[in-house]
Design a protein around this ligand. Sequence first.
Ligand code: AP5
Length: 215
Amino acid sequence: MRIILLGAPGAGKGTVAKLLAEYDGSVQISTGDILRSAVKAGSELGKKAQGYMERGELVPDQLIMDIMETRLQEPDCKKGFILDGFPRTLPQAEALKGLLKKLNLTLDMVVNLDVPRDVILDRLTTRRTCSNPDCQEIYNIKTKPPAPDGTCTKCGSKVIQRDDETEEAISKRLQTYNEKTAPLIDYYKKEGLLLSITSTSSEEIVSSIKAALRT
Ligand code: AP5
């Protein structure tokens, strides 16, 4: 499959993307995960992105497009890809359109995960993430806790709370989403690619996406 997952911070994009990747071998590409790995590694990209991320702001479009132009041409993308957290602005969506045209690729659909704000706030304050950049498994202290000693059940690394999980950064991320990313819902509706799903169950969302891909 070649799909985009849209949705507010905490809507469950990462969780759904991981389930979809297990289903047919398409690769999950999360710009958030790529940036967090770069910050942890202290690379040039990480140094440029860190401040924006900690404040809950978006990283500049050009940095993201440079990452994605390279990433979408890597061999594992041949099986398909699930874009999680990209595009996030109208200029990124336009640039992606041009890039896909250049690579002679088409999108199957753009899925908007529509989750109530109170559920989102609760999820963001209770989320925990594996600190291993190659794993980044997502946990939730209420619904999917890590091992009792606070380690990842997949790779054994320490499970941590993200740096942008402070109350101030969460509120800024939600505001940024409303201003910059929510307009993409209309953009992709006009492109005839949008599937909007209102659900708080990841399994139900994955089933709806699989059904839509079959039609
Ligand atoms: P990014 O990592 O993309 O963060 P985000 O969009 O804020 O999304 P989240 O990862 O917070 O949430 P999610 O929807 O993936 O939810 P999850 O599955 O984890 O980006 C971080 C930062 O990087 C940005 O702020 C920006 O600075 C920068 N950035 C990234 N991409 C960029 C771009 N394209 N342009 C510019 N800047 C960019 O689930 C959340 C929690 O809920 C978890 O605990 C999970 O276990 C739980 N949960 C999920 N589903 C369910 C369910 N069905 N039932 C119960 N619990 C559930």
